[in-house]
Design a protein around this ligand. Structure first.
Ligand SMILES: Cc1cc2nc3c(=O)[nH]c(=O)nc-3n(C[C@H](O)[C@H](O)[C@H](O)COP(=O)(O)OP(=O)(O)OC[C@H]3O[C@@H](n4cnc5c(N)ncnc54)[C@H](O)[C@@H]3O)c2cc1C
Length: 366
């Protein structure tokens, strides 16, 4: 059967792109069972989850994030919209159903032909005029079209589910939690939470997470799971004739590792443009160019977050204590800048100070 568009990867980015395309769409997923391999804490804005037709997947809800410094200072950040944690398998199933796309599991992209128009998968080859790579950090399509495309710094994270009663999300900074990253607790409702940590450094993360669980007094109720976060900032969003979306395009935010909301936002841009290409309102080249320029409009914000990441995760504990103390007063401004992605004079000045600070920090560039 001929498809108007084919998408590699049936997770947050791929299923959201499918949702926004009017037409015959195939989503190719390497796993045998959709949503079988959860890697993430799966915290995302609830409004988005409902919009994509997966309210059944919502587990815990929260609207605040409490940041803890190593010395015990706390800053509370109020989120501009309600967030939730998700049951990943249910999210994938419901979002797939409601997207109207044909999801083909057990189809790993193994080879890319004809400049990206043909994807050779486990069982057969698929061809379409429109191809989207939403296959996560390793960018299964784009990296076959452009050698070294998926290179760049990676962070790693692990977590478990445990019995722990919290109503808000918690972030723990400093070397006693994990060097070069942060530890977290996200509510799942029902007296349970996802508890984990991630770092830019190569560390025994499971061991460190067990130490963190002991510190909080949390009993593990699941095996550890986790994954990789491509946190080097935006990659080129168009490769050859292929739209690249989500982690495949480095769209996860450096510094916070928030990737799901960004998948959804850029997927909407991509899916709507693809629909116009399919309807004959735009030529493919015009759709690709428009997508590229809409994504790269965020470049300066991503570069600023990259700088925050390079500095924040190398600061000594006592500086983190002071930063979190000061963060309490600046909480609304910080949240406002983060969610609006507005790079104004104040943010540029702050970035300038971070650049100066960076020069005085020990260790390699993070
Ligand atoms: C431990 C951890 C915790 C995180 N917590 C959060 C959080 O709470 N909130 C948040 O916003 N972000 C979080 N993130 C980041 C977030 O999970 C990612 O940004 C997000 O999953 C990216 O979605 P994606 O669809 O682009 O890629 P992925 O979710 O990685 O999905 C890629 C899909 O493509 C498939 N695939 C891969 N290769 C092929 C191939 N060759 N052929 C066919 N299919 C293929 C995969 O099986 C997978 O289904 C976390 C990340 C980690 C590692």
């Amino acid at each position: 059967m001929g498809y108007d568009a084919i998408i590699a990867g049936a997770s947050f980015a791929g299923l959201a792109v499918a949702h926004f395309i009017d037409g015959e769409v195939a989503v190719l997923e390497r796993e045998e069972v959709l949503g079988a391999r959860q890697r993430s804490t799966c915290a995302a804005p609830e409004g988005w989850v409902r919009r994509l037709g997966a309210p059944e997947s919502v587990l815990g809800r929260f609207d605040r994030v409490v940041v803890h410094s190593p010395g015990g200072n706390q800053a509370e950040l109020r989120l501009p919209e309600g967030y939730c944690t998700l049951d990943y398998a249910v999210f994938c199933r419901k979002a797939a159903e409601r997207s109207g796309a044909e999801v083909l599991t057990g189809e790993r992209v193994q080879e890319v032909r004809r400049g990206g128009r043909e994807l050779v998968c486990t069982r057969r080859a698929y061809t379409s005029g429109v191809v989207v790579d939403a296959s996560g950090w390793s960018a299964a399509v784009a990296s076959r079209l452009r050698r070294g495309y998926a290179k760049g710094r990676l962070a790693r994270g692990v977590e478990v589910e445990g019995r722990y009663e919290v109503e808000e999300a918690h972030i723990y900074l400093g070397s006693s939690a994990v060097p070069g990253g942060y530890a977290w607790v996200f509510p799942l409702g029902d007296g349970r939470a996802r508890v984990g940590l991630g770092s830019l450094r190569r560390l025994p993360l499971v061991e460190l997470n067990r130490r963190f669980l002991r510190r909080l007094g949390v009993r593990e109720c699941s095996p550890h799971h986790g994954g990789v976060i491509p946190c080097s900032g935006l990659r080129e969003p168009v490769v050859s004739r292929v739209f690249v979306v989500g982690d495949a395009a480095g769209q996860v935010l450096p510094g916070t590792a928030e990737g799901i909301r960004k998948c959804f936002e850029f997927a909407e841009v991509c899916g709507r443009l693809v629909s116009r290409v399919v309807a004959g309102e735009l030529r493919l080249e015009e759709g690709l160019e428009e997508y590229r320029s809409r994504v790269l409009a965020s470049k300066e914000f991503y570069e600023t977050m990259l700088l925050v990441q390079r500095v924040a995760y190398r600061l000594p504990d006592r500086v983190l204590d002071a930063a979190v103390e000061r963060g309490r007063e600046l909480a609304d401004a910080v949240v406002g800048s983060y969610f609006s992605e507005r790079v104004d004079e104040r943010l540029r000045k702050a970035a300038g100070s971070l650049r100066v600070l960076q020069a005085f920090l020990p260790g390699s560039r993070a």
